[in-house]
Design a protein around this ligand. Sequence first.
Ligand code: ZN
Length: 307
Amino acid sequence: MRNLIQTVAGKIKKEELGLCAAHEHLSIDLSRIKNDPDTILDDEQGMVSELNHFHEAGGRSMIELTNNGMGRDVKRLKRLSEATNVHIVTCTGFYKDPFIPEFAQGWDQNQFAAHFIREITQGIEGTDIFPGVIGEVGTSVDEIKPVEKALILGAGKAALETGLPVSTHTSLGTLGSKQVDMFFGLGLPKEQIIIGHQDLNANKEEVLDVLQSGVYIGFDTIGKNNYRPDEDRLAFLMDFIERGLQKQILLSADLTRKSHWRKHGGPGYDLVLNKFIPAMKERGVSDDVITDLLVHNPANAFSIKEQ
Ligand SMILES: [Zn+2]
């Protein structure tokens, strides 16, 4: 069981993962809540060409964190993986309030855990496709709603029982340490915890608190300059690397909109590899560190832990 990663096409050895985008969305529909058709990605042929750009840039794997309630479609992910030769890891989980599907509203932590464990052990929605991560499970801006507390604890319990990692959403990077505390309270090892969107938090002490707990963090909204300029992301990242924390950091762009796609004039899934990495190299970051960020860290973070 050790050192394997569950993809939509079966388990692979962690050495096979290659250059990885650690938090992305290929097939998604947030329009029920966001009321904006830009938040629907359903053009499958278009997804193939967007993924091909990623592959041409050296990308070999993608962690796809669209769960039930966000428009998850695992059969489509499997077709995309076959068409592009990109390893795709899908998830079990629910997002945050108000994206939790109706049938799961009001569940307690044990009901959430039981549902996630069922998908992990029996497959997703009657398919033979299994999740490789629990996520993205999230909290609101500076607030953990009761249902989100149950969700995070349920995700942590499922991770503890199955050995899968759990990957979170923090709103604008807030409450990362609170999420860590909830997982640690369950006894979940730091190696199974990925706290997302920490590049959106401009409070460096808060991000350092999360890092010092030993968990992984996502610098996973790269290119979203409307939330925070990449210059600021880069400045924090350089500082964390200088502090020797580069083994805990994962990179990605978290694209969710039609307008993010190359075909619609957006930056595309290759933006980390083609824009952000060159900017890091210009500032003198070594190839070894970049390989940690893009290859070794995701391979370690997403391999299934022994039970
Ligand atoms: Zn996301």
